[in-house]
Design a protein around this ligand. Structure first.
Ligand code: KDG
Length: 316
């Protein structure tokens, strides 16, 4: 049984190799993305025992995705192949100012047909951590139901529930995304948000207040991912901890937040203190942002500790 499982949608990724709009760029690097897939692969690369739950199409993409999971040691026994629907994909382009844009081909995808029937209760209950996200909820009503079921099972079984808001405005109305977020917060133990997530859901409300409100509900931890500014952790013990970022040359932030969350959760599983988990997660996110694509640049545990030792000897 894996320690850590995630549920959601994997995507074939085409990441632009130069700045420009879709249509102007002529070279794309093919890879993999999908926020929960990014999470689970990052955790596996860092040494975690992981499993993934999803539906892929009965197409070359689906078969290649399963093979890729297996190559990385991720349990794919709960990945179903759907003969009727395709595996989703997306293009990543960016402007000269490094503003990223995602264009998806995912409507009606195999993963958007996830439902409660795809959730193996014992698999969820047997894991130490379940990780899901706002994207997993937003891709369809049946997927949102499946996520809710999995979170409820995890909660009853004492499996830690990790939830990343990952708000994608293109996937739904603000009200629906906020409802999904609040439903998940009521069932989660650890909640991750970015500044953009918080701003889209709660407008001008300060990030500190958003974190306080989250911890005022059920979660014992709320973590704001601040990219080049590191992270801010709020615990139920009313402790606030700001952890600065490591210095790297960032090239492409796609998936860096998902890898951050994986590093944070894995670090806690390894009994790290909060600040230590924040430092480790910042290093995982920073190294992921140093290469093109969501999954290809994800670091190993040794690469993460090497960065930490190089920039702050003796302090992990
Ligand atoms: O966090 C990165 C993800 O957003 C990216 O890999 C694609 O899952 C994706 C999505 O739905 O945006």
């Amino acid at each position: 049984m894996p320690d850590l499982i995630a549920i959601g949608e994997p995507l074939v990724e085409f990441a632009a190799e130069s700045a420009g709009r879709l249509g102007d760029v002529d070279r794309f690097r093919a890879g993999w993305g999908g926020d929960t897939a990014n999470f689970v692969l990052a955790a596996a690369r860092l040494g975690g025992a992981c499993g993934y739950v999803t539906r892929v199409g009965q197409d070359s993409f689906g078969a290649a995705f399963v093979a890729m999971l297996e190559t990385h040691g991720v349990d794919a026994s709960r990945v179903k192949t759907d003969a009727e629907h395709h595996t989703g994909l997306y293009f990543v382009t960016y402007s000269e100012e490094r503003e990223h844009r995602f264009d998806y081909v995912r409507r009606g995808s195999a993963a958007s047909h996830l439902s409660g029937a795809d959730i193996d209760l014992d698999y969820v209950a047997g894991a130490r951590v379940l990780h899901v996200s706002g994207i997993s909820q937003a891709i369809s009503g049946s997927s949102a139901d499946a996520i809710r079921l999995a979170m409820e099972i995890a909660r009853k079984a004492g499996t830690t529930v990790s939830y990343d808001a990952n708000v994608r405005p293109v996937l739904g109305e603000r009200e629906t995304l906020r409802r999904n977020f609040e439903a998940a917060v009521a069932l989660a133990d650890i909640v991750f948000v970015s500044e953009d997530d918080a701003a889209h859901l709660y407008g001008d409300t300060s990030l500190e207040t958003v974190l306080d409100r989250i911890v005022g509900e059920r979660p014992r931890l709320a973590v704001a991912k601040l990219g080049a500014d590191g992270c801010l952790i709020r615990s139920e013990a009313e402790e606030r901890c700001r952890v600065p970022a490591w210095r790297v040359d960032a090239v492409d932030a796609t998936g860096a937040g998902d890898a951050f969350s994986a590093g944070f959760v894995l670090s806690l599983l390894r009994d790290a203190e909060l600040a230590e988990a924040g430092r480790y997660a910042n290093a995982v996110g920073a190294l992921t942002a140093s290469g093109v694509g969501a999954i290809a640049p994800q670091p190993s545990h040794a690469e993460v500790t090497a960065l930490m030792d190089e920039q702050s000897p003796g302090l992990r």
